[in-house]
Design a protein around this ligand. Structure first.
Ligand SMILES: Nc1ncnc2c1ncn2[C@@H]1O[C@H](COP(=O)(O)OP(=O)(O)OP(=O)(O)O)[C@@H](O)[C@H]1O
Ligand SMILES: [Mg+2]
Length: 244
């Protein structure tokens, strides 16, 4: 059974149709890279997956059950789907430790003392045990993003969604974040990663989803995608290589 499934999702913002009949499912231990030009609908698709954006039509299934937008269901679904944002979204006035712990207290009802213990072990997993008492402003972008990943991991989610986790980073900091994500993928974490890191898409993901104009044009293996003879794909890869 899939962890999450989108069926015939359509979404418009005003007159702009952003998702056109998108169907897509993620199985346990899948590492899906989502690629496509700016404006293709990648972020919107990710946000529909955890119902941060409700679709206009179509259905979302989580472990086979239809997600309906009531508070109890959304709370459960969101506590089981981690989200790692492009711009980290850490709380400025909380330390790294408390940024990770707070979700455990607020969503899981844990006591602070236990939440901090678990938060510490997750920060250790992402190589930040010596930065737990730092505030976001005292951390580099790569470190902030690793706090963001630790925060997602602490909830023990069934699936983690990453939205261009390294695109706000200085190029010299991309490696440390990608290596954490690569480690997670090899330990069996189910994930969907919207990314411009073609090396990740090619060598780490087991599935590659290519979006264009609100549609999933390919849902295939990275090998097939990167060797594709399709002009659209070749153009995308060429433009992309020129841009970097
Ligand atoms: N809240 C919103 N209100 C209006 N239009 C929106 C909103 N969110 C997204 N859009 C539009 O929907 C389209 C798809 O946006 P989306 O952010 O999903 O693209 P993307 O593939 O993630 O692009 P990028 O690679 O630049 O992040 C764009 O044309 C965007 O302007
Ligand atoms: Mg986006």
């Amino acid at each position: 059974m899939s962890v999450i499934e989108l069926k015939n999702i359509c979404k418009s913002f005003g007159d702009t149709q952003v998702l056109r009949n998108v169907s897509f499912s993620v199985n346990k231990q899948d590492v899906v890279a989502v690629v496509g030009k700016s404006g293709a609908g990648k972020t919107t698709m990710l946000r529909v997956m955890n119902y941060l954006i409700p679709p206009d039509s179509g259905e979302v299934y989580f472990h086979g059950s239809r997600v309906v937008p009531n508070r109890r269901v959304l709370r459960t679904v969101r506590s089981k789907i981690g989200f790692v944002f492009q711009r980290f979204n850490l709380i400025r006035h909380l330390t790294a430790l408390d940024n990770v712990a707070i979700g455990l207290v607020k969503v899981k009802g844990m006591k602070w003392i236990q939440a901090r213990e678990l938060a510490f072990s997750k920060l250790k997993d992402v190589g930040l045990s010596d930065r737990v008492n730092h505030y976001p402003s005292q951390l580099s972008g790569g470190q902030q993003q690793r706090v963001g990943i630790a925060r997602a991991l602490a909830m023990e989610p069934d699936l983690i969604l990453f939205d261009e986790p390294t695109s706000a980073l200085d190029p010299s900091l991309v490696g440390e974040v990608m290596s954490v994500i690569r480690e997670l993928s090899s330990s069996g974490t189910t994930m969907v990663v919207v990314t411009h890191e073609m090396s990740f898409a090619r060598h780490v993901a087991n599935r590659l989803v290519y979006m264009e104009d609100g549609r999933i044009v390919y849902d295939t293996t990275p090998e097939r995608f990167f060797l594709s003879k399709d002009e659209r794909v070749k153009r995308f890869l060429n433009d992309f290589l020129e841009a970097v």
